[in-house]
Design a protein around this ligand. Structure first.
Ligand code: OGA
Ligand code: NI
Length: 348
């Protein structure tokens, strides 16, 4: 298969030829003067105890109401007591760093192919004038197991494949619990979302590397977007900030809370919850001195599934907001690279 000819960001940096124009964001001309790396306030989101969410104790109910409040405003929570040890999470961070530190030829063995999403390299370039994100990534479908394409799974660093498999299985437990907790927090039957999400649901893991950037005021790591998933589990860098969320027209930075998994609502959960839970717009800004890594797992309903607001959340007081969608992720990528919000296509 043909591989894309564009250089990765790490290669651009290595050539020392300076910053290519294609990464520069032009001034918007609408009076926006804020540089991309301007200081922003920190968002105020709770750390939620995942196990407590599923207990029927008084504390459990309190935790559910914290979850409801965070997901209906920010669409984001930090999840603790998720059952994955800190040592295991550290192993994932370490393997991610080791992978991106490999020589280009080694990484190219899992290179993305033209027209496909999976693999190592840059994101798809769909338009000649598309401004590029300052990011290299390795994108892998990890679940269901029969959908895996092992050619995209690195054989080095040693242990990468086994650890990714193990991480996938551990995340499945978290995903199941989180769906149940969200249903409980909306006073729904526990399996309401899981039934719609389906047995054929897919997990895609995206390993992100943001090299240090000479112009953090004009270059973005990931442009503003909301995720096309049902929700996303994110391991943000433990030391370097960069992730920001938009609320009421203002950007806020995500706090770094060790040992937690950040979960953000995606468009398909916003649709299933009839708009009660918000799929937040977020972006990643770059940093002049430090590289940043993160690992995102997208939980995506199977292509055969029809996603729509669950009946119990539609009423006269809260009319149905979204159409039924299917294969939402396909439509998503086109919109994303144009800087448009795909969920608008699903509005009634
Ligand atoms: C993403 C994303 C955030 C990050 O991959 O969709 O928003 O911190 N990543 O890298
Ligand atoms: Ni995202």
């Amino acid at each position: 298969m043909e591989k894309p000819k564009f250089k990765t960001v790490q290669e651009v940096v290595a050539t020392g030829e300076g910053l290519p124009e294609r990464y520069l964001h032009a001034p918007t001309g609408d009076g926006e003067v804020q540089p991309l790396n301007a200081a922003v306030p920190e968002m105020d989101i709770p750390a939620i105890d995942l196990n407590l969410l599923l207990s029927s104790s008084e504390d459990g109910r309190e935790e559910l109401s914290k979850l409801h409040s965070a997901l209906s405003t920010w669409g984001v929570v930090q999840v603790m007591n998720h059952g994955i040890t800190e040592a295991f999470l550290d192993k994932i961070y370490k393997l991610t760093k080791e992978f991106f530190a490999l020589p280009t030829e080694e990484k190219q063995k899992c290179a993305r192919e033209i027209g496909s999403i999976q693999g190592y390299g840059n994101d798809m370039i769909l338009w000649d004038d598309q401004v590029l994100d300052w990011i290299d990534r390795l994108y892998i479908t990890t679940y269901p197991e029969d959908q895996r394409q092992l050619k995209f799974w690195p054989q080095v660093p040693l242990g990468f494949r086994e650890t990714l498999h193990e991480y996938t299985m551990k995340q499945r437990i978290v995903i199941d619990k989180f769906f149940k907790a969200m249903a409980r927090s909306l006073e729904l039957e526990e399996n309401s979302f899981l039934d719609m999400y389906g047995e054929s649901a897919i997990m895609d893991t995206r390993f992100n590397m943001y090299p240090p950037c000479p112009k953090p005021d004009k270059v973005i790591g990931v442009k503003p977007h909301a995720d096309g998933s049902a929700f996303t589990l994110l391991l943000p860098d433990k030391d370097v900030e960069g992730l920001q969320f938009l609320k009421d027209g203002k950007w806020y930075k995500a706090p770094i809370v060790p040992d937690t998994i950040l979960i953000n609502v995606g468009d398909q959960m916003e649709i299933m919850s009839n708009g009660i839970y918000k799929s937040p717009v977020h972006r990643v800004v770059t940093n002049r001195e430090k590289e940043r890594i993160s690992v995102a797992t997208f939980c995506i309903p199977g292509a055969d599934k029809e996603i729509q607001p669950v009946d119990e959340l539609v009423s006269e007081a809260r009319p149905r907001l979204y159409k039924t969608v299917k294969k939402y992720v396909e439509l998503y990528f086109k919109y994303y690279q144009q800087g448009r919000r795909p969920i608008e296509a699903a509005l009634i």
